[in-house]
Design a protein around this ligand. Sequence first.
Ligand code: NI
Ligand code: MN
Length: 231
Amino acid sequence: MDITYYGHSCFGIELNGKYLLFDPFITPNELAKGIDPAAIKADYILISHGHEDHIADAVSIANRTGAKVICAFEIHQWLNKNGVINTHPMNIGGKWKFNFGSVKCVYAAHSSSLPDGNYGGSPMGFVIESIKSSFYFAGDTALTYDMKLIGDYRTIDFAFLPIGDNYTMGVDNAIIAADFINCRQIIGMHHDTFESIKIDKDDAAKKFSLAGLELIIFNIGENKTIGHLQE
Ligand code: NI
Ligand code: MN
């Protein structure tokens, strides 16, 4: 799968010819000054929760591209009020089949309010399942025992996990999460953007490697192929 990193927890993924964009936060991100949000392709935008650092560029990118936004019901209502009408509201436990594969919304232990203070519903993670490959995008979350359910019922080829600590789980808990979801290939996110989530990336990679896991950390703007070539 072709994956591009736009900083913080924002990734673009090409899946079955469709462009999926997760948690767009580019314009306010000092570290992502080299990224032009107007050049990002999107057929779908997936938003894990309403916090500014996951939704900042959602309205502008959705309006420019016409992408369908997949998010919690309360975020869908807020987007509709802010002029984005192509939305697909979901909630935790629900699954829906789209033309790139299916999306299942899973539990995330976090909070969710929108930038103007509106209630954002429950924060979520997403399990994306296509014919040959599945991956998990955890959003912002603590380590939870519920993650075992994700790994027990399907094969997760690779997973996006927060590793920055302070607002979410950190490296040590992400290693346990990788065990719970039974996945060896982890893409780190939600680190370095703010002072309180700065981490030692070499040390993090070493810890994952000692646990028999692979931690993949993208540079902002970097593109990599991960998982099965055939989707
Ligand atoms: Ni958050
Ligand atoms: Mn966040």
